[in-house]
Write a new protein. Structure first.
Length: 575
């Protein structure tokens, strides 16, 4: 029997199939070089090159340490650098430079540093030369930076009137406040995707003081209608901060940024879509967060001023006689350019988060050619019933404190120090009083292992985000960098062993494997969790997927050999 596995997050397959035992294609890779000048840090006593080293921590390595090295005989002995292979996947990575041991993160003025990864194999990239904590040597001159924005589509849809409107580049350097208006440069001519030429590029130039290599945020702003850009994540976008644009300040000027389209929208024809929005409230109803007898569900977006109190209310309604009484929907006419992104969220009269969905980024849709646009069903807050524990579960947390050192450089002393866990079931204040009920005990006594069983209530998320502490302060890793694990069975469950300072982020489910046949059965194993089960069928392209009984919440089964080719997938059903 040939076994093929796949992974699915909803009832519709979303992931590509993989042939077990075959060599899988690897994603293209590029060489990425990080570099930081430590001269000022060494001079002001922040860094001691004889006892300390430098590393890069970032989203590309789960915020672990990627060591950097210097050349003592080089032209700049305090220049630390390192090159690593990263996927050429066209994403933005966040990172910071860190002094070791102790994971002493640099304090940059605004946020993490950012870097666009290439989208093609061999598109190597070097991070801009930076100074630790964005503290440059004395005498650094301001850099002249030119911003350019194409307003052709904003003129087309009426959001910008060249006779009466003004556009600005607002960013970190001017506190996102009004500044010198950008002016049209008719000599800059562009051609759109339909072959039409226009000269609607507006330009402004600023002298920006700052440390070379510093990541600075900005957006374009049209004064007519107080119109800030609404962007979604992508290259050149800081998705951690209101989806602002960013650029890295050059080490010497002048610096000209590329021509950007306002809202990333090129010139295109207009369309009006009768758009159907649908949201499933099943998880909210089941967990008691929403009462359909008295509660209301709304659609709030840029197309209705983000709803009350300042905008227009758009209510969604359910069908009490329908197959899913928790499905709420509405139809809204949306007029914009084809390809334009419209942003929105669902709002419901629930206690948490003032009614808003809680994930960071807004939802988005793209205006299409034609009149009718039916959006797929969404789950409120992207939560489905399988994301919550079906029963109270006693979960044991265990951590190894061997060679543990906090970000405050305090080395763990088992004779005098205490170990706590925070974030279960929610984060509390970082102090020994607030964490008194979350102290781990030495088990077995005399080892470097500490553990604590905690009762997690029914309907708590199966995804746990938590952090350990030495003596009650937030000192295991950088701010907001947590362990991410999943409670994979109900009743009682022991999380895998954690190591202090190694911030593990588990995948939700997957890692399907098949072992050699034994006594007419093939052992199958995977990373499971409540709400996820196994399905099979004999063809990848035809036929119905059939549930493998009793696999919900399990991580293994023995499947009887039938002699036929067999395909498997893991599924987290909707809703």
């Amino acid at each position: 029997m040939k076994l093929i596995a796949r992974k699915t997050r909803r009832s519709t397959p979303l992931a590509a199939a993989a042939l077990l035992g075959a060599v899988l294609a690897t994603s293209a890779a590029s060489k990425v070089t990080f570099q930081v000048d430590m001269n000022v840090a060494a001079t002001n006593g922040t860094f001691n090159p004889t006892t300390q080293t430098v590393s890069t921590h970032g989203s590309f390595n789960n915020w672990d340490a990627f060591p950097l090295t210097n050349n003592p005989a080089g032209a700049n002995p305090m220049l630390y650098s390192g090159t690593t292979n990263l996927p050429s996947n066209g994403i933005v990575i966040a990172y910071k430079y860190v002094i070791e041991p102790g994971a002493n993160y640099e304090t940059t003025a605004t946020h993490n540093r950012f870097l666009d990864l290439p989208t093609n194999d061999g598109g190597n990239v070097t991070a801009p030369l930076a100074f630790y904590s964005d503290i440059p040597p004395d005498g650094t001159l301001p850099t002249t930076v030119t911003f350019q924005v194409n307003l052709a589509q904003q003129i087309n849809v009426g959001s910008f009137n060249p006779s009466t409107s003004f556009v600005f580049a607002r960013g970190t350097w001017n506190n996102f406040a009004a500044d010198v208006a950008m002016t049209n440069d008719p000599s800059i001519r562009t051609t759109n995707q339909f072959g039409l030429v226009n000269s609607n590029v507006y330009v402004s130039t600023y002298d920006i003081a700052g440390s070379p290599g510093k990541s600075l945020d900005f957006k374009f702003y049209i004064d007519t209608g107080a119109n800030w850009e609404s962007l979604i994540g992508g290259l050149g976008i800081d998705s951690s901060d209101n989806n602002n644009r960013y650029f890295n300040l050059a080490s010497s000027g002048p610096q000209k940024l590329p021509i950007l389209f306002f809202n990333n929208l090129p010139y295109s024809p207009l369309a009006t879509n009768s758009t159907t929005f649908q949201v499933d409230m099943t998880a909210q109803v089941t967990t008691g967060k929403f009462d359909p007898t008295v509660g209301t569900v709304e659609l709030r977006g840029n197309f209705n001023g983000w709803g009350p109190p300042g905008g227009t209310q758009i209510l969604l309604t359910n069908n009490p006689a329908g197959p899913n009484t928790n499905l709420y929907s509405t139809v809204v006419p949306i007029a914009d350019g084809i390809g334009a992104n419209e942003f929105y969220k669902f709002w419901a009269s629930v206690a948490a988060n003032g009614g808003w969905e809680t994930f960071a980024n807004n939802r988005s849709l793209t205006v299409v050619a034609g009149n009718t646009h039916v959006l797929p069903v969404a789950s409120f807050n992207d939560e489905v019933i399988g994301d919550f524990l079906p029963a109270d579960t006693l979960v044991t947390f265990t951590i190894s404190m061997t060679n543990a050192v906090g970000t405050d450089s305090h080395a763990f002393d088992p004779a005098n120090d205490h170990v706590y866990v925070n974030g279960i079931p929610i984060f509390v204040s970082w102090d020994s009083v607030s964490l008194s009920g979350f102290e781990l005990t030495n088990n077995p006594v005399g080892s470097k292992l500490y553990s604590l069983p905690i009762l997690i209530p029914q309907f708590s998320p199966v995804r746990t985000s938590y952090k350990y502490s030495i003596n009650g302060t937030d000192n295991e890793a950088g701010n907001g960098v947590n362990h991410i694990r999943y409670i994979r069975q109900t009743g009682t469950y022991s999380l895998p062993l954690d190591t202090f300072g190694t911030m593990t982020a588990e995948i939700s489910f997957g890692n399907f494997k098949a072992g050699p046949a034994v006594a007419g059965h093939v052992p199958l194993s995977w990373l499971g969790r409540p709400g996820v089960h196994l399905q099979s069928r004999t063809s990848l392209s035809t036929g119905s997927w059939v549930d493998v009984p009793g696999t919900d919440g399990l991580s293994a089964t023995n499947y009887p050999i039938s002699g036929a080719t067999q395909f498997f997938r893991l599924i987290k059903p909707y809703p």
